[in-house]
Design a protein around this ligand. Sequence first.
Ligand code: ADP
Length: 504
Amino acid sequence: MNEVTTIDRTQRSYSKAAQAFLDRKPQLFINGEWIDSSHDAVIDVEDPSSGKIVGHVVDASDRDVDRAVAAARAAFDDNRWYGLPPIERERTMHRLADLLEREADLLAELEAIDNGKPKGMAGAVDVPGAVSQIRFMAGWASKSGGQTLAPYTMPTGSVFSYTVKEPVGVCVQIVPWNFPLLMACLKIAPALAAGCCTVLKPAEQTSLTALKLADLVQEAGFPAGVVNIITGNGHTAGDRMVKHPDVDKIAFTGSTEIGKVINKNATDTMKRVTLELGGKSPVVVMPDVDVEATAPGVAGGIFFNAGQVCVAGSRLFAHKSIFDDVLEGMSQTAGFWAPRASLDPDAHMGPLVSEEQYNRVMGYIDAGKRDGASVVMGGDSPASDGGYYVNPTILADVNPQMSVVREEIFGPVVVAQRFDDLDEVAKMANDTCYGLGAGVWTRDVSALHRLASKIKSGTVWGNCHGVIDTALPFGGYKESGIGREQGIQGLDAYQETKTVIVQL
Ligand code: ADP
């Protein structure tokens, strides 16, 4: 533990390329060009590893939002993207993926500076993940079509009936701060493959990689107005985007609280909505596991990205016969997950994204302690000269009424409970308003599949956690969201199905 307490958390200096990017004049990417905002308002860019302000981005005005939506509307209505041969759309998307690969190092650094995640993690997970979103969906540009269908109630041969898949239209895409570039690409990829035009807004805390993405969209040669990227606050620019009458679809990833607001705001104009929201994912460890091999996986399921993951394995249920051993095994990973500055090459976990998030997470830890939870590991913040570091934390002696058990903390905090049998743990796992992800660790194949069928959640992982692949649908049950992203289901969400019936 000595090594953990003596970590130097001073942020490293930035590369020339990153500094030059931070020094750029704050602008918006609208209609294929970098343009000035209609007003002077900006948002600070803060490095959460130091707490220092390192740049500024535009806080888009209502007029800016209207310009971006008008550009997307015009691009969609004159068919300049959907009207292209699918091979051209596919090629343009692959060019964008190539450019993301070319800029991988800078993108990983910008993500580390802006979000606080370790640069190594951003380079290994976020950037390749973003690339695969674009590449996988690029192929669908040429492969999605309708069906020829025979009627049921009319004589065979009396009508010719078929379906056509058409793009939904102008999309507004709003993403959170935990995986900024990955989420941005996960959003634009299916929209572009379907033939839609889009206005994307990153979270106000983490705009840098979305702005770099705009550079690459321009270089890849997308027609003007097909992808517009604007920065701004959620309650102003985001709200304006969601309520805009010229928008056909909203895709949002973020908190359940804001997801509910957006869903209501979309109703008046009946916009299509997909929502990927919060979670409080259960992780069940059955008595048969090899504890030594399993505990680090369970720890990774909560401490990866400092727990700022919608599917973070934040509710641990370990069988009573191995409960203490699992917690002991997880505690042994404290050194590995000890938070470090994001540009420290040894970092596996960085600071939290912002002071607000730091206060929120520490507030939950304090509430847990007040409610009687015992701290098995962490529960505090390490020494640093600025920055928003929280030690990886395990809380035990908790009960289902405590806020730390019920509410999404979005930090490196796991609550651990014991269970006796499979039916009991399935009930405990489902005792939540969320249903995004769940993990089951066992060598008993039958137990794994029985739990997979009992747990109400969009994804169930067996002997792993948080694994996401662009070919596999992802989304939530219950208050964790509406609709699915990724896979063919992700493309569907950007298409209307038109039925054509011709009397013969
Ligand atoms: P968090 O609470 O984790 O910051 P939010 O759900 O508040 O997550 O934010 C996710 C995204 O939603 C961000 O891009 C934010 O700007 C945006 N947002 C926040 N409030 C609104 C709103 N009322 N309408 C539209 N977008 C919003």
